[in-house]
Design a protein around this ligand. Structure first.
Ligand SMILES: Nc1ncnc2c1ncn2[C@@H]1O[C@H](COP(=O)(O)OP(=O)(O)OP(=O)(O)O)[C@@H](O)[C@H]1O
Ligand code: SF4
Ligand SMILES: [Mg+2]
Length: 394
């Protein structure tokens, strides 16, 4: 299957007063087009730093030191791939929210409390899909049988004859200063209101797709009038309004109660089935969520990927002692007696253990584990592991 993301030897450090936090230690993994890839691991193992590195938004004092992040937005044209670490900040700003969108854990942080829901989703449409909307407004077959001089296009947008040249001009010159000035003139600014009207209409349709009842009312509400689950759906709507090929969800459901969490995950799965989203990178510490929603999974520990494989391989035939311990710490319906916990803590990444970073917590640790870091090696079809129990010791 064609890859949408291929990360190789990514190294990200944080230069703090306590020392250098070695947050990502040469991690490599890939995500296929049309799939959901889950990244799991305990708190502090580097999941968020990984996705922030992909998006080019690593916070200060962080620095991406090494590696490659290859992104292939078009499955039919792998040659049109791009290496994101070599791109300028302006390029990345354009990429974020266009081809790649991200949904964070805390919807309140992503929503503007003084803008209505409709304005916020419509703004995302206007920023990312303005040209497509103008083309749609101008399409000759989109109108009713009104005369061409006053034709009602998609979403009931009225196109007066004197506005048509402006729409056409804006297609060729989207960033034109002339248009910015014209927008300020009351009568002429109508042309831009047409785009906004269409964006609000599209927002209502999108909220309907996302299972929000009475969306016409919701678009007029402010975020503080909505429940946590509704807010997270709105954040997903804002992310989808930009029509991304890759959606990254970083613990997007962890603040929600279990029922709403299940609904949001079902929604993401459904959006993928209906090809509204192509591919998803799902960050979670919840293995139950991974089992339900992902095709492949990468297990992270202390800045390393220690095992990657299809969900079946990881859940039915886990190899790495850390993966096994994670799975054993998940409560099961048939659970009897005490739940197993993983002894010890994730190490401080300023001075992580030498060799295999998991060795102080591993009951199988050998001498070599204390001195040399195991590399990720293929041990079966779509199954890689970094552990000397299965891989070469040289
Ligand atoms: N801004 C920062 N400054 C210093 N260290 C940081 C910063 N952001 C992350 N780190 C460090 O990078 C490491 C990985 O953190 P990260 O946030 O990626 O963990 P995580 O796996 O997402 O955890 P969680 O499940 O709690 O969200 C941690 O050791 C963390 O302390
Ligand atoms: S490499 Fe050694 S310490 Fe690390 S998980 Fe495997 S056996 Fe345990
Ligand atoms: Mg995180």
């Amino acid at each position: 299957m064609a890859k949408i993301l291929d990360i190789k030897n990514l190294v990200t450090n944080f230069y703090t007063y306590e020392g250098v936090v070695k947050a990502l230690n040469r991690i490599s993994f890939s995500v296929d087009h049309g799939s959901t890839f889950g990244l799991v691991g305990e708190s502090g193992c580097g999941k968020s730093v990984t996705v922030r590195s992909i998006m080019g938004i690593v916070q200060e004092p962080g620095k991406i030191e090494n590696g490659e992040i290859n992104f292939f937005p078009d499955p039919e044209g792998p040659d049109s791939g791009m290496e994101l670490l070599s791109k300028s900040e302006a390029f990345m700003e354009n990429l974020r929210g266009n081809l790649i969108s991200m949904v964070f854990q805390e919807p309140n942080a992503a929503l503007n409390p003084i803008m209505t829901i409709g304005e916020q989703i419509a703004e995302s449409y206007c920023v990312h899909q303005r040209q497509e909307m103008i083309q749609s407004i101008l399409r000759p077959d989109s109108g009713s049988d009104l005369p061409d001089s006053k034709r009602t296009g998609d979403c009931g947008v009225t196109v007066f004859w004197f506005l048509k040249p402006l729409y056409k001009y804006s297609l060729d010159h989207p960033d034109s200063m002339v248009l910015k000035i014209l927008k300020k003139i009351p009568l002429v600014s109508r042309w831009d209101r047409g785009v906004m009207k269409m964006a609000v209409q599209k927002s209502i349709e999108l909220l309907t797709v996302l299972g929000i009842s009475n969306p016409e009312n919701i678009v007029c509400q402010y975020p503080n009038n909505l429940s946590g689950g509704m807010k997270q759906r709105v954040v997903i709507a804002i992310a989808l309004a930009s029509n991304p090929v890759l959606l990254i969800a970083d613990e997007a459901t962890s603040n929600l109660d279990v029922t709403i969490q299940a609904q949001i995950l079902e929604l993401l799965d459904d959006l993928k089935q209906r090809q509204i989203i192509s591919s998803i990178l799902l960050i979670t510490h919840d293995l139950g969520i991974v089992a339900q929603t992902c095709d492949r999974v990468g297990v992270m520990y202390a800045g390393n990927i220690c095992e990657i494989g299809s969900v079946d391989k990881i859940f039915d035939n886990p190899k790495h002692p850390y993966t096994k311990a994670l799975l054993e710490s998940v409560p099961k319906i048939s659970q009897q007696g005490e739940l197993k916990t993983i002894v010890g803590n994730v190490p401080n990444l300023v001075s992580p253990p030498e060799g295999c970073r998991f060795h102080p917590r591993c009951e199988h640790a050998m001498e070599i584990c204390k001195t040399a870091a195991p590399q990720l090696e293929t041990i079966g079809l779509d199954h890689q592991v970094a552990c000397y129990l299965y891989t070469s010791k040289s």
